[in-house]
Write a protein that binds this ligand. Structure first.
Ligand SMILES: C[S@@+](CC[C@H](N)C(=O)[O-])C[C@H]1O[C@@H](n2cnc3c(N)ncnc32)[C@H](O)[C@@H]1O
Length: 232
C-alpha cells in the first residue's frame, strides 16, 4: 500500500475517532440527550465544554444511555465503494450478508438489489434503524432485507456468509472472537480499516467518483490468518 494511502486512511480513522469521542463527551454533558434516549450519532455536537449540574436520576439515565451509545459515528460508504466491496466478497444469490453498523442501510439494500441475496443490517442507533427501514421500503426489498437494532458485539455471526464493516481498526479487532465462529469460506470485507493482528487475503485502494478520495478495501476469508502483533 502506498504511504499516501496509509496516511489517508489514518487521517480518516483519526477523524472518526475524534468525532465519536466528541459525541460521547457531548452526551455526557447534555441532559437533553439523556432525557430523549439514544442521541443522534450524525449530529456533530455543538456544546463541547458546557457543564451541567446533574442529579442522581440523570446520572442513572446517562449510564443507561452510555451502554447504547454508538462506538463510531455514522459516515456512509460511497456507492461505488460498496459495489467494489461486494464484488471482492464474491457475493452470490444464496449468501446471507450481515452489515455490522448498517447506518442508513445502503449496503444491505445494494446487496439485495444487485445480487438478490438475503441480508441483515444491525445498528445500535434507533435513528439509523429508522432510516434503514425507510431505505428498505423505498427500494422494495423487504422480502430480502431485515434490519435489527442491536449492539454488534452481542451478535452470533455464525449464520452469515459475508460480513461487511465500516467501523474502526480497533473495533474490527474487537470483533475477532465473533468472526472466528464463521464457517470456513465466509468472507469479511472492510471499508478503510484493516484488522489488527489478522492478515487480509486482499486489499485494494480505489478513488470514489462520489468524493474523489482514496478508499481502502480489505478482504479476509475464514479461517482468519492471525499474524504477529505490530507496534503501530
Ligand atoms: C461509519 S458508519 C457505517 C455505516 C454503513 N455500514 C456504511 O458503510 O455506509 C458506522 C455505523 O455503526 C453504528 N454503530 C456504532 N457502534 C455500534 C455498535 N456497537 N453496534 C451496532 N452499531 C453500531 C453507527 O451507529 C453507524 O451507523
Amino acid at each position: 500500500m502506498h504511504v499516501s494511502n496509509v496516511i489517508t486512511s489514518r487521517v480518516r480513522e483519526l477523524a472518526l475517532l475524534l468525532l465519536s469521542g466528541m459525541l460521547l463527551h457531548s452526551c455526557a454533558n447534555d441532559p437533553s440527550t439523556l432525557a430523549d434516549g439514544v442521541p443522534d450519532a450524525v449530529i456533530i455536537p455543538h456544546n463541547i465544554g458546557v457543564g451541567y449540574t446533574r442529579n442522581a436520576a440523570l446520572v442513572e439515565k446517562q449510564k443507561l444511555n452510555e451502554t447504547r451509545t454508538p462506538d463510531v459515528i455514522f459516515v456512509p460508504t460511497p456507492y461505488d465503494v460498496i459495489e467494489r466491496m461486494l464484488k471482492m466478497a464474491k457475493v452470490k444469490k444464496d449468501d446471507l450478508l450481515y452489515d455490522l453498523g448498517c447506518g442508513d442501510g445502503r449496503i444491505v439494500v445494494t446487496a439485495a438489489k444487485g445480487y438478490g441475496c438475503k441480508s441483515v443490517g444491525f445498528d445500535i442507533d434507533p435513528e439509523r434503524v429508522k432510516e434503514s427501514l425507510e431505505n428498505v421500503k423505498k427500494n422494495n426489498v423487504e422480502h430480502l432485507v431485515r434490519i435489527e437494532q442491536k449492539d454488534i458485539f452481542t451478535l452470533d455471526l455464525s449464520e452469515a456468509d459475508v460480513i461487511t464493516l465500516y467501523l474502526l481498526r480497533s473495533l474490527n479487532a474487537k470483533l475477532i472472537p465473533q468472526l472466528e465462529k464463521l464457517r470456513p469460506g465466509a468472507r469479511i470485507v472492510s471499508h478503510d480499516f484493516d484488522m489488527r493482528g489478522v492478515k487480509p487475503d486482499e486489499s485494494v485502494t480505489i478513488i470514489s467518483s462520489e468524493d474523489d478520495y482514496e478508499h481502502d478495501i480489505f478482504l479476509w476469508t475464514t479461517p482468519l490468518k492471525k499474524e504477529e502483533e505490530s507496534d503501530d
